[in-house]
Design a protein around this ligand. Structure first.
Ligand code: GSH
Length: 212
């Protein structure tokens, strides 16, 4: 059983999609960021930087419990544990890691900032001016255009479906939902978005999951 610490935000959704895809038993724990629950001493032991997502795998390596924080580390841990969604051969695996990094270290920081400053996140005080938002938006557009360039040629970022797609869809979905981008402006992204949304585990992972 995996304990999954999350909140209704794309950082958590990407891991939720992976857990749904794998069908591994897990239990979600909502960490209410708006109430500062991420700063509790208990959560600090699981996520030292006080961020969601994080997991506690009660059956980790050598059968011992292990905590994993940082969404990229969690996705890679689960992919390695299951042997799935890493890319189907060494070349596609290398593609997967490049696109995963582009999403996590390129798109995600700008997208997270946009969502928080557009007041959709837990920190009300972070609301920004239109000018600041449009500067973030131009950086987001640049990254989405890079994804689009790739997805005009291939159905998935690593050619075959991988954790890079799970990470990407979480941010693209949120950016589309909050009016930062329209997937209709990017034919490759739009077709991939529809392909991804046709998968039930993706749809389930994108919902706020609260399971007892
Ligand atoms: N690099 C981290 C970033 C995670 C992150 O920033 N999560 C936000 C989601 S809103 C968070 O937990 N923020 C709480 C805080 O910083 O106080 C990851 O990919 O897991």
């Amino acid at each position: 059983m995996i304990d999954f610490y999350t909140f209704n935000f794309p950082d958590g959704h990407q891991v939720a999609i992976m857990l749904e895809e794998l069908g591994m038993p897990y239990k979600s724990h909502m960490v209410d960021l708006s109430k500062g629950e991420n700063f509790s001493p208990e959560f600090e032991k699981i996520s030292p930087n006080h961020t969601i997502p994080a997991i506690l795998d009660n059956e980790g390596p050598e059968g011992k419990p292990v905590r994993v924080f940082e969404s990229g580390a969690i996705l890679l841990y689960l992919a390695q544990k299951s042997g799935r969604f890493l890319g189907i051969n060494p070349i596609s695996s290398l593609e997967m890691s490049q696109w995963l990094m582009l999403v996590l270290s390129g798109l995600a920081p700008f997208a997270r900032e946009f969502l928080l400053r557009n007041q959709v996140g837990p920190h009300e005080e972070m609301k920004s001016t239109g000018r600041e938002l449009s500067s973030l938006q131009s950086k987001i557009v640049r990254h989405v255009s890079a994804l689009d360039f790739r997805l005009r040629e291939y159905p998935y970022l690593a050619k075959s479906y991988s954790i890079a797609d799970m990470s990407g869809i979480s941010w693209i979905q949120a950016l589309q939902h909050h009016g930062c981008i329209s997937v209709d402006d990017y034919v490759g992204v739009r077709n991939w978005y529809n392909r991804m949304k046709s998968r039930q585990p993706v749809r389930q992972g994108l919902e706020l999951l609260e399971r007892g």
